[in-house]
Write a protein of this length. Structure first.
Lengths: 111, 426
């Protein structure tokens, strides 16, 4: 695939790559809040069973010298962590009982 | 899953609270958290007299590195800078010419950081060396008998402990930083310089700073408020019997609480959220202990010398906390009041820099987990503020697990009373 975003071994995740390969936590958190449970469940359902395989693949590269497609796969795993809270615990995109309180990540490690 | 709720021996007086008789056991008033007048006193009595942590030296890596710190509580902004002589200094962020805020980028209300050789005012171009001296006055000949030596930046007392940069806004602090921190805190000798991968969160919360801080210095609420998020805490045994802290200790205005560990590696799968098993991380941080580069256990931690130790929550008066976790990471909290009913809350997580994707993912899950917990606290503490402000109830019972809340309440009242006495004497 000429326009593939992910390593060929993970081509089955391409349908999720455009939405969920997000470089920063604020983008991932905003995406979570803007998504439906069905969308997050579908993404989680596709990646979670293969997460260990993806981690094992990424471990072959130095963390600070990841090829572009591997870096995007890592971003998908960060997004998996983000959606795991609504999918595994809350059954809704936002946390219950938090009103309008905000708590924003302003500085994070790269990648 | 079977869990055993552990209770721990208490001091011979029968409770942690009665071990410190000056605390009393009576219900306490939270008037100090809902009164705008009391907050005005706190500005002077506490935040302009105590040593305040404003950052770490890793934020000032090179000569000329600086950051600004907005201190709404003292109605000032500070510049913190590493000078050409490697000395770390702090100044009020005010140009001596006509009072313009000296260092800012784009939005004068936002904090700035960067690196420079000198500071130049955006208004009329007056310049200052990194040690505060005024080095350039635009069209100096137009002024009347002006000597640049009299127009340096206004310095703020600044000192560093274990890489933490503290300032004191008093003209002459009554104690050095080391005296202020006292023996319990200064016993800590931790390799902070090896634990530098940083996640920095901030939130603007509509609650009093002490009401908010109190939720971060007791674990009594954990199985209830956070019960749903964590399969261990939602276990019926914890729901029925609650959670007990191993050890409390008070030293001057500061306090520490230690609890058992819980990094999930020891738990059966049904006690975990599925993501935790894959990422080997969760509420208590990464399961695999990081090499923090020390031989043996860092001095000063686990001050009660308890078996099964998992974390220490050091509460450094007035608004700074360091939490050390058994698997080799730490976090800090800062509670910066911006009004009597509002605060800026900062949480910063520090890990040994990840060497591979697996370690980095474990950090990501730990950081994301902390955010989920903090947001639950944020919502609830806005609700607490509303309840207190109704003034329907004036005093509130605090249990032995809430000794640290009782202590903060007392220390704040003591510092304010001391300030009022000193004013009366003048």
């Amino acid at each position: 695939m000429a326009d593939a975003l992910l390593p060929p071994e993970f081509s089955y995740l391409e349908p999720f790559a455009r939405d969920w390969c997000l470089a920063s936590e604020p983008e991932r958190y905003a995406k979570r809040l803007a998504s439906t449970m069905d969308e997050m469940q579908a993404f989680y359902g596709a990646l979670f069973p293969r997460a260990e395989e993806a981690i094992a693949y990424l471990e072959k590269f130095p963390l600070h010298d990841l090829p572009d497609d591997a870096r995007r796969l890592l971003q998908l795993l960060y997004s998996l962590i983000m959606v795991s809270f609504p999918v595994e615990i809350w059954r809704q995109p936002y946390l219950p009982d938090t009103g309008t309180a905000s708590f924003e990540l302003k500085d994070e490690p790269v990648p | 899953m079977k869990v055993k709720v552990k209770q721990y021996p208490k001091p011979p007086e029968g409770s942690w609270t009665e071990h410190y008789p000056e605390l009393g056991t009576a219900p306490v008033s939270y008037e100090s958290s809902i009164s705008p007048e009391f907050f005005e006193l706190e500005r002077e009595a506490i935040f302009k007299r105590a040593w305040l942590n404003v950052g770490r030296i890793e934020q000032l890596r090179r000569k000329g590195s600086f950051f600004t710190k907005e201190l709404a509580v003292a109605r000032t902004s500070l510049i913190v800078v590493r000078g050409m002589d490697d000395e770390i200094r702090a100044f009020h962020n005010v140009c001596r010419h006509r009072g313009n805020k000296l260092v800012w980028t784009d939005d004068p209300r936002e904090e700035a950081k960067g690196s420079c050789r000198q500071f130049a005012c955006k208004y009329h171009g007056w310049k200052y060396e990194l040690d505060g001296r005024c080095s350039h006055v635009q069209q100096e000949g137009e002024f009347f008998g002006l000597d640049k030596a009299d127009y340096g930046l206004v310095p703020v007392h600044c000192d560093v402990w274990q890489g933490f940069i503290f300032v004191n806004l008093a003209k002459e602090p009554s104690q050095s930083l080391t005296e202020f921190l006292g023996p319990m805190n200064t016993a800590i000798d931790y390799p902070f310089h090896n634990v530098t991968e940083r996640f920095y969160y901030r939130g603007d919360i509509r609650s009093n700073w002490k009401v908010f801080l109190d939720a971060f210095q007791e674990f009594y609420h954990a199985p209830i408020l956070h019960g749903r998020q964590n399969p261990v805490m939602s276990n019926p045994e914890y729901q029925r019997l609650g959670f007990y802290t191993m050890h409390f200790q008070i030293d001057g205005p500061h306090r520490v609480g230690s609890t058992s560990g819980g990094a999930g590696g020891l738990l059966p799968p049904e006690a975990l959220n599925p993501i935790e098993g894959v990422m080997r991380s969760g509420l208590f941080g990464p399961w695999d202990t990081a090499d923090i580069g020390t031989e043996g256990f860092p001095p000063g931690l686990n001050p009660g010398n308890k078996k099964g130790w998992g974390l220490d929550s050091f509460q450094i008066f007035p608004n700074f906390a360091i939490v050390f976790w058994e698997t080799g990471w730490y976090l800090t909290y800062h509670y910066w009041p911006t009004a009597h009913d509002r605060l800026l809350f900062e949480a910063t997580l520090y890990f040994v820099p990840a060497r591979n994707v697996r370690e980095r993912l474990a950090h990501e899950l730990a950081a994301t987990t902390i955010k989920e917990y903090a947001l639950q606290d944020c919502g609830t503490l806005e609700a607490t503020q509303m309840g207190l402000e109704s003034r329907v109830v004036s005093t509130f019972p605090l249990g032995d697990q809430e000794i640290m809340c009782r202590h903060l309440n007392k220390v704040v009242n003591d510092w304010v009373a001391d300030y009022q006495r000193s004013r009366a004497e003048v």
